[in-house]
Design a binder for this molecule. Structure first.
Ligand SMILES: Nc1nc2c(ncn2[C@@H]2O[C@H](COP(=O)(O)OP(=O)(O)OP(=O)(O)O)[C@@H](O)[C@H]2O)c(=O)[nH]1
Ligand SMILES: [Mg+2]
Length: 311
């Protein structure tokens, strides 16, 4: 039984138009008409990479490695430089330990996914899209509306659950952990494959957040000892550096096993995904490329880099 694969290169390319326009146009301006690489080329390249929010460390890593590789290259054409830069961008994501297995081990079912993140990051929307993708790939999904803080939150998830044609467990005004408990119990009873639990983004402080998340986790693990098997942190791709701060904060509060970067369609700073990964070393599992139900894709570094460069 494998999790869905939702991937559409054209859609990805279209969603990254702002990031691409900024990065590729500046790059073309920098290299056009130059037969040989000049020293200041690398400085300009550094600026270009930083301007897409890749961050100084990542940009520096890419350039240092590109320079080293170029020393042994006979082909010093612009096309070849770009090829090396692209491969070094992809290499940022290379980490053997982080090669993820998206297969669900049937002995672990239901596979419980807890979704966390600040207010407005895109948690509920991501759950709707994820539930839809999984349902379409033949998995039985239950979603739990454990964001009981806001009356409209449950209704919003309900709309997504209807669209995705999956079951929802909700208890507006109730205790988040009891919703989580009921969602997992219902999934076991229904022999469902996956449970996805929505949580509130608005928590007054870190202590509250920690208490609530650990309570949810404790309650779930009473039913399934190794659950939740996945804790996805949803980060808004538009917020640049703040996403790093949020990832740090949430990692202090609870173990985060995967990242979802949303709203990449609205930003010219799509490079932030490199920086987040480089700093956190947590696999980026999915990316949000729009507001529609089909707009959640598997993250593939190679495709992502190609989509940034292809016109
Ligand atoms: N363009 C775009 N918009 C997105 C994406 N993901 C989410 N959104 C929008 O972001 C807004 C907030 O999304 P929600 O899913 O409600 O965010 P949330 O994290 O559940 O928010 P709270 O429940 O208030 O904590 C909505 O208007 C979504 O349509 C995306 O990938 N692209
Ligand atoms: Mg929500």
């Amino acid at each position: 039984m494998s999790l869905f694969k939702n991937f559409n290169f054209d859609k990805l390319k279209n969603s990254l138009v702002k990031t691409r326009t900024k990065l590729v146009n500046s790059l073309n301006e920098t290299i056009s008409g130059k037969a040989l690489i000049e020293e200041d080329f690398f400085e300009k390249l550094l600026d270009i990479l930083i301007s897409s929010d890749m961050g100084m460390d990542v940009a520096d890593k890419i350039i240092t490695k590109t320079r080293i590789k170029l020393k042994n290259e006979k082909d010093r054409t612009n096309a070849n430089i770009i090829r090396i830069v692209k491969s070094e961008m992809v290499a940022i994501f290379n980490n053997d330990k982080l090669i993820e297995d998206k297969n669900i081990n049937s002995s672990l079912t239901p596979y419980v996914i807890l979704v966390i993140g600040v207010n407005g990051a895109g948690k509920t929307t991501t759950i709707g899209k994820l539930a839809n993708n999984m349902h379409k790939s033949g998995l039985e999904v239950v979603v739990g509306a454990a964001d009981t803080f806001r009356a409209a939150a449950s209704e919003q998830l309900n709309i997504w659950a209807n669209r995705a044609k999956v079951r929802i467990i909700q208890k507006p005004g109730g205790d988040p952990s009891s919703v989580a408990f009921e969602a997992v119990s219902a999934a076991i009873k229904d022999h469902a494959d996956v449970v996805i639990i929505d949580t509130a983004g608005r928590l007054h402080n870190k202590t509250n957040l920690m208490i609530e998340l650990s309570k949810i986790k404790r309650v779930i693990s009473k039913i399934i000892p190794n659950a939740p098997q996945e804790t996805l942190l949803v980060l808004d791709g538009n917020i640049g550096q703040n996403a790093i701060v949020q990832a740090d904060e949430f990692s202090k509060v609870t173990e985060v096993t995967g990242l979802v970067i949303t709203k990449l369609d609205g930003t010219a700073k799509g490079g932030v995904i490199f920086q987040i990964f480089d700093k956190q070393k947590i696999p980026v599992k999915y990316i949000g490329v729009g507001e529609d139900i089909d707009d959640l894709q598997d993250f593939d570094p190679e495709a992502f880099v190609s989509a940034i460069f292809e016109n």
